[in-house]
Design a protein around this ligand. Structure first.
Ligand SMILES: C[S@@+](CC[C@H](N)C(=O)[O-])C[C@H]1O[C@@H](n2cnc3c(N)ncnc32)[C@H](O)[C@@H]1O
Length: 232
């Protein structure tokens, strides 16, 4: 199932450089910087995409590693960050289960808007186990934009945040782009985004981690989604 998504993300997509996605990265960066003080931290971005979050982090730290399964995104990022010798970008085939191959430990690890393209919850657990191997005591791992199967979509909240935060028109524009490019919607119907039971995941990983918190705050543009903040 996930291979279809991997094929989709391996080519140029309607999300790559969209204004909405840029705004999303700014919102996530602002939240994370306040919470984790990213300055001079060693940072890993799992499923880094076109490097939007990395571009924001670059303002205060250039010790960043990005990994993705998409050839297209990895080569985009390699070109984009070629002038920064401390930014490393790596291609992983199929999944992120062998992060230990990076041979490095990180302070803060992100994985934003990625796990909905996994096939099942076990892959999420495998990701967390893999992340543990590149973590040290106190490393924080934020898995953001999780679709919890027990949640209901609140469209009023969705649109009111877009007005409050100033991305209403980008949201509408992206909706129109989505409408005229049915490929993503078609895949979404065929393969469906992974909805997880976030409380069950928390229970399964509690013993692996020092602390696991489920966040309900709107730290991305997908304000109806949840997030897992893990400390090792
Ligand atoms: C919505 S984009 C998010 C990109 C980036 N994290 C951001 O916030 O801008 C989803 C990312 O997940 C990666 N991805 C998609 N399906 C995947 C899968 N099955 N396994 C691993 N990564 C996947 C894609 O290559 C893409 O970079």
């Amino acid at each position: 199932m996930s291979n279809k998504w991997i094929n989709y993300w391996s080519k140029k997509t309607i999300w790559s450089s969209s204004k909405l996605w840029k705004k999303n990265s700014i919102i996530l960066f602002n939240y994370s910087n306040k919470k984790f003080f990213l300055k001079n931290k060693k940072i890993l971005d799992i499923g880094c995409g076109s490097g939007e979050l990395i571009e924001n982090i670059l303002k205060i730290s250039n010790n960043i590693c990005g990994v993705d399964i998409s050839n297209n995104y990895v080569s985009t990022c390699i070109k984009k960050f070629a002038q920064y010798k401390d930014i490393k970008i790596y291609l992983f085939k199929k999944n992120y289960d062998e992060l230990f191959k990076l041979n490095k430990k990180f302070d803060i690890i992100f994985c934003n808007s990625v796990i909905q393209y996994f096939s099942n919850e076990n892959q999420v657990i495998n990701l967390i186990k893999s992340v543990k191997k590149v973590s040290k005591r106190g490393t924080k791992f934020l898995i953001s934009d999780i679709i919890d199967k027990n949640d209901k979509k609140d469209y009023i909240k969705f649109f009111s945040y877009s007005i409050l935060r100033g991305y209403f028109f980008s949201l509408i524009f992206q909706g129109v782009v989505l409408f005229f490019n049915p490929k993503y919607r078609k895949l979404e119907n065929e393969y469906q985004l992974l909805e997880v039971d976030i409380k069950r995941i928390k229970k399964k990983i509690d013993k692996l981690c020092k602390k696991v918190v489920i966040l309900n705050q709107p730290i991305t543009v997908n304000v109806n989604r949840k997030h897992l903040l893990i400390e090792f």
